[in-house]
Ligand binder design. Structure first.
Ligand SMILES: [Zn+2]
Length: 393
């Protein structure tokens, strides 16, 4: 479940958006319906339905026409043709913003990525992405009114009770960021989700593993996190903090982790630590893309770092696989171009620590969506949440 439906239970705008969504879903499943029947179908008051329908007419999502029902005058509400409607996925990273515009039948019609400065505040990143959205839509010839919503991915945990990015985010500047801030900036409905969860959703909707019942998506990047899909739906637990495998203890007396514990998986297998180790060993600054290049060029130091990191990831995945027994485990993030060079040590860790029958029956693969996964997941989230997805499958 994305944040949007459950955030700020007391907030008027959250309530309005959630009601809006219920009405749209009702129209998707029932076809043209009178306002009175929508009220009955959704359990909302007729006054609320009438107000929201006015908003939806203004947004161009529905149209109304006079009709009669049981001999009385009534207003028939119809969902406008969704031809031309799009969903948008935006993925925020430490140094990039990626945007994907997709049609309702899952075709990507526009895609852009730009670099952002390190240490960019959430407000600055939002400004940059709002401009990027405007130029991308213009280039694709898409009207703003055709955007159903934006699925936004951030690399950090999101507390669903408040719809807020909480402590533990890879980008400390984003702690305290809310869905409302994004909606104010984009002036469109926004669904906020953790990036690993969006990766998982993308894999189960866009990738070659679409339709796989249980998927674990493990993102190895600046941080390490896992997204879980159980029977087509993202699993969000109690307050939304799931799949935090980056904080699985690996070395009891290891390095201090940003979570306050010691020796977490992130302290031995994130790209942050790989960069630190390699910069030291090579005596020059190293960036994420250099890790891939160095390994593929056969640099022993880089291969050692990736080998050790992969084995530790495999060990943490083993604990999760023993618990969840997934059909497929998909590894994503900026190192996917390493292919077998990274999968091999992960598989070794899995084989060493998971129950043998689980190892034999679990598929372990590299993401084929690469760094696009999170933004694709954002677009998929909008479709899933607006009820469009259910009419297509
Ligand atoms: Zn930790």
């Amino acid at each position: 479940m994305p944040v949007r439906q459950k955030r700020n239970p007391g907030s008027q705008s959250a309530l309005r958006l959630s009601n809006q969504q219920r009405i749209l879903s009702n129209l998707v499943s029932s076809g043209p319906t009178t306002q009175a029947d929508i009220a009955r179908g959704t359990g909302l008051s007729t006054a609320t339905v009438s107000n929201i329908v006015k908003v939806l007419v203004d947004c161009g999502l529905v149209s109304t026409s006079p009709t009669t029902s049981s001999g009385r005058r009534a207003r028939l509400v119809s969902l406008k043709s969704t031809d031309g409607a799009v969903s948008v996925g935006i993925d925020f990273g430490r140094r990039h913003v990626r945007i994907i515009v997709a049609t309702l039948d899952y075709r990507v019609i526009a895609e852009k990525e730009i670099e952002i400065p390190l240490g960019c505040t959430a407000a600055e990143a939002l400004d940059i992405s709002a401009n990027l959205l405007t130029s991308t839509l213009a280039q694709a010839g898409v009207q703003r009114s055709a955007v159903l919503g934006i699925g936004v991915g951030v690399p950090g945990p999101i507390d669903r009770r408040t719809g807020t990015v909480v402590k533990g985010a890879i980008l400390p500047e984003w702690v305290g960021f809310t869905v409302g801030m994004a909606e104010a900036s984009f002036e469109l409905p926004v669904y906020l989700e953790n990036d690993a969860n969006l990766g998982a959703l993308a894999e189960s909707t866009w990738g070659p593993h679409a339709g796989t019942p249980t998927v674990v998506f493990v993102k190895i990047g600046t941080g390490i996190g896992a997204g879980l899909i159980f029977y087509g739906k993202p699993y969000s637990g109690n307050i939304g903090l799931t799949g935090e495998i980056g904080h699985t203890p690996i070395h009891e007396h290891g390095l201090l982790c940003r979570c306050g514990n010691r020796g977490c998986l992130e302290t031995v297998a994130s790209t942050t630590i790989m960069i630190e180790l390699l910069s030291h060993a090579l005596d020059r600054p190293v960036r994420t893309r250099d890790i891939v290049r160095l390994v593929l060029d056969g640099d022993e130091r880089a291969i050692r770092v990736v080998d050790d990191a992969g084995f530790a990831v495999g060990r943490s995945i083993a604990a999760m696989a023993n618990l969840v027994n997934p059909h497929t485990i998909i590894v994503g993030g900026p190192l996917t171009d390493l292919g077998e060079m990274l999968l091999r040590p992960i598989r070794s860790g899995l084989e060493r620590y998971a129950v043998p029958m689980i190892v034999e029956t679990t598929e372990l693969v590299m993401s084929s969506l690469g760094e696009r996964a999170e933004a694709l997941g954002g677009a998929a989230l909008v479709l899933q949440q607006s009820g469009i997805h259910s009419t297509l499958t």
